[in-house]
Design a protein around this ligand. Structure first.
Ligand SMILES: *Cc1c(COP(=O)(O)O)cnc(C)c1O
Length: 484
């Protein structure tokens, strides 16, 4: 098909799920009740839900048919073998242990491979990955290239590992103290930024030279493969499955949240080439997840995952997925909204520090922006800044990452281009009234992964928009008030 043809969806809609429209005053109440944390909103109160692309994908008719073929045997379910074959075919690892989701796999991997006092270098932290490393006695060290921390940098592979930083970690701690390298494909916290195939190869070679293993976070490996095909010299002629295999062939294993690339609502896995590591994981999985042939999942979930893995590798699918994200990004860029560039694989990251430059970091500008966006239009986004970064595990101080972002994450195969238009209109409307967005302070701060359950209060008493009664941004203002 012509390369300059639009990315239109390679599917048609067979069933619809109505969504509720709410009024502004309803949303003001809802966000206050939720402690200004979009994670604590009820989904019924949300119009367009861009909180996450995790487990929010629309399954295909084939996947739904697969659910009906669930073999719910406790041990040795037929679906497990379909799933195992799909992972072996597309990711290439020999041993596959299913887990209920990505963090289940991270938990097992951290327990098996990290000793107390170890360090775990990685290309930018991910929330659940890092905490499992810490709980196992390890310490995460960031070895991503500096460009990743600069939202303005147009580097095509901002997810790359900085070889010099990695060498320094190996020199400073000695190879025996380096548990493994944690290599994430399309780096979520950097804005969905890819790693080049060349960087994967060089990084893995450097580690293996020192006898250090590399485990991929393969959660978004297919999206990464698309960027490699598009951007990396010499890779345009490779298919998506070929690139995914080329990446995985370099590594010793992976953790996977199948709730992202693999188009299922729940599921994940841990995979290894080494038989001893796989045995260790099978010993642990029965304690924390379930038997090694179901890992906390139903047979039907394994079947949906087997089919989803295959569908995720189709070129037209991944092109449309990334095309839709890019469409929203282009609209915002045209309007002069500060976003992380280049646009990444799974969402748009608004630069809240720039957009709400009147708010100091201690007032959590990204958290405030997410709340303001919800009040404006019912669009639900997520904070990815100071609240997500948490406190330093040694000093207890707030950590202020360079990136103070709001993530608009696009679920796969769920929303239309018209929905993206509404999102863009709302972001622009809030930006037009940016001076009136108020800062926040904690009213409740959980100990671990605080962004999920934290509650906040506005620093003034009029809700998230100051002087809200004089002039209001207007976007979606649909019909009737909802009474709960
Ligand atoms: C979502 C995600 C995880 C964690 O997976 P869950 O399925 O949410 O437990 C790990 N790494 C990355 C990059 C992710 O996006």
């Amino acid at each position: 098909m012509s390369a300059n043809r639009s990315w239109a969806e390679p599917y048609r809609i067979k069933m619809v799920e109505p969504i509720r429209m709410t009024t502004r005053s309803h949303r003001e109440r809802a966000i206050a009740e939720a402690g200004y944390n979009t994670f604590l909103l009820r989904s019924d109160d949300v119009y367009i839900d861009l909180l996450t692309d995790s487990g929010t994908s629309a399954m295909s008719d084939r996947q739904w048919a697969g659910l009906m073929q669930g073999d719910e045997a406790y041990a040795g379910s037929a679906n497990y073998y379909h799933f195992e074959e799909a992972v072996r075919t597309f990711y290439g690892f020999r041993h596959v242990i299913p887990t209920h989701q990505g963090r289940g796999a991270e938990h097992l991997l951290s327990n098996i491979c990290i000793k107390s006092g170890d360090v775990v270098p990685g290309n930018m932290y991910f929330t659940t990955t890092k905490i499992h490393q810490e709980l196992a006695g390890g310490r995460f060290i960031d070895v991503i290239i500096d460009e990743a921390h600069d939202p303005e940098s147009e580097h095509p592979f901002k997810g790359n590992v900085d070889g010099e930083k990695l060498k320094r970690v190996i020199n400073d701690y000695g190879k025996d103290r380096v548990a493994y390298l944690s290599l994430e494909l399309t780096v979520n916290m950097a804005g969905g930024q890819p790693v080049s195939l060349q960087n994967v190869r060089e990084t893995c070679a450097l580690c293996h030279e020192h006898g250090i293993r590399v485990f991929l976070d393969a959660t978004r490996c297919v999206e990464n493969a698309y960027f490699i095909k598009e951007r990396e010299p010499g890779c345009a002629g490779m298919s998506i499955p070929e690139i995914v295999r080329a990446i995985c062939d370099e590594a010793d294993g992976c953790t996977m949240s199948a709730k992202k690339d693999s188009l299922v609502n729940i599921g994940g896995f841990l995979a290894f080439n080494d038989a001893e590591l796989a045995d260790a994981a099978r010993n642990l999985v029965v304690i924390y997840e379930g038997l090694h042939t179901y890992g906390g999942l139903a047979g039907r979930d394994l079947e949906a995952m087997a089919i989803g893995i295959q569908e995720s590798m189709e070129y037209d699918h991944i092109r449309a997925r990334i095309g839709q994200v890019r469409y929203l990004g282009d609209r915002l860029l045209k309007a002069g909204i500060p976003i992380v560039r280049p646009v990444g694989g799974h969402g748009i990251f608004l630069n809240a520090a720039t957009l709400l430059s009147h708010l100091p970091r201690e007032r959590f500008p990204a958290q405030a922006l997410a709340a303001a966006l919800y009040v404006d239009s019912g669009v639900r986004a997520m904070e990815r800044g100071t609240v997500s970064a948490g406190r330093n595990s040694e000093t207890g101080e707030n950590q202020y990452p360079n990136l103070e972002l709001v993530r608009l994450t696009i679920p796969r195969r769920v929303y239309t281009q018209a929905h993206m238009d509404v999102v863009a209109e709302s972001v622009i409307a809030v930006a037009d009234h940016r001076d009136r967005v108020a800062g926040l302070q904690f009213s409740y701060e959980p100990k671990h992964l605080r962004f999920f359950q934290a509650r906040f209060a506005t620093i003034q008493s009029h809700g998230i928009f100051r002087n809200d009664d004089c002039e209001r941004p207007t976007t979606t203002e649909p019909a009737a008030e909802i009474v709960r």
